[in-house]
Design a binder for this molecule. Structure first.
Ligand code: GDP
Ligand code: ZN
Length: 311
């Protein structure tokens, strides 16, 4: 299939960036992978982001006459979803980590490390901000009775998040975990030690997430670069791997955006006494009233306030 892009780019095809390492975006099209490079005009691109292209981006390019040739990317298509973080050392800029994946699976453990809903909420905010569908997975359920854990997270399904309980050790809930990944592209995030690698290996042996870093010697000296890639799943779908996402310091959220990233607050926005209410301390705040009435989980509002203060 050939596509004509918005700029009238004849004979270009649409591919997906499946991997980025220090040198080239690797773009898959019709089952083959092409080493590509960004055209200069695209490198300049929008000013508010340091990375003009990331894994998952859909791009238009002209397949080269010789397979070994490096082909220029003519256009990066608009993103449906994205995970971004604040760019290091570039004030006010963001860095896209992955584009166009469907789901964010937040993995935590029941114990070891202990369940921390505040942390779940921080990751959910990152997912909501990037328009990803978020699923919560509580692992290591073999270590504690379900009755002890369930009440701590029962409000998530009530506000619309899918919640699954798993044990990578006993196999409990693994079907649900597999279903959450099947035929979708997903990114897994959660603190280290909760069992993300073990879970993925349990559903597809050999699928060890590659924390591996690539050491490269270039003309400018030795660099250590982690790469990001889309890994295909045997049973359909893709999972994105990069340590940078898994341990999430994903911050590209403003104070004023935050209220929109707590979905259960939506019905109350605009109902407060002050039009610029922050829903943290103001009198006659509709959100706080909803918390008092039990319509918004108190813990979620506490997370909102904590994140608001941290921004
Ligand atoms: P990651 O850092 O999130 O990728 O965590 P790992 O997959 O490396 O797991 C951390 C530790 O938890 C390892 O010692 C695993 O064997 C253990 N672990 C993982 N899943 C489970 C589980 O469901 N139950 C128990 N009891 N231990 C688990
Ligand atoms: Zn308010």
């Amino acid at each position: 299939m050939t596509t004509t892009g918005a700029n009238g780019l004849k004979d270009c095809v649409e591919g997906v960036v499946v991997r980025i390492d220090s040198h080239f975006p690797l773009v898959e099209y019709a089952g083959r992978k092409y080493r590509c490079t960004l055209r200069k005009k695209l490198k300049r691109g929008p000013r508010d982001t340091t990375h003009k292209i990331c894994v998952g981006d859909r791009v238009l390019f002209l397949p080269p006459a010789h397979e070994q040739d490096i082909c220029p990317i003519e256009e990066v298509l608009p993103r449906k979803t994205q995970l971004t973080r604040k760019a290091a050392r570039h004030e006010g800029m963001s860095q896209a980590l992955v584009a166009n994946v469907d789901r964010l699976i937040v993995v935590v453990s029941a114990v070891a490390p202990e369940l921390n809903p505040r942390l779940i909420d921080r990751v959910l905010v990152a997912g909501e901000n990037g328009k990803l569908e978020c699923v919560i997975c509580v692992n290591k359920m073999d270590l504690v009775p379900r009755g002890k854990i369930e009440p701590l997270v029962a409000y998530y399904p009530a506000i619309g998040y899918k919640l699954i309980f798993t044990s990578a050790l006993t196999g409990e809930g693994l079907d649900g975990f597999r279903d959450a990944l099947k035929d979708k592209s997903s990114v897994i995030a959660g603190p280290s030690g909760v069992g993300k690698s073990t879970l993925l290996n349990a559903i597809q042996p050999g699928l060890k997430l590659t924390t591996r870093e690539v050491s490269e010697v270039t003309g400018k000296g030795k660099h250590v670069t982690a790469f990001v890639q889309l890994i295909p799943l045997d049973f359909g779908g893709y999972v994105v791997d990069t340590p940078g996402i898994r341990e999430f310091g994903l911050w590209d959220v403003t104070k004023s955006d935050l209220q929109d990233l707590f979905r259960e607050m939506a019905p109350y926005i605009g109902q407060c006494k002050f039009h610029d209410c922050t829903h943290t301390h103001e009198p006659r705040c509709a959100v706080k009233a909803a918390v008092e009435e039990g319509k918004i989980p108190r813990l979620r509002h506490e997370s909102y306030c904590a994140i608001f203060t941290s921004l």
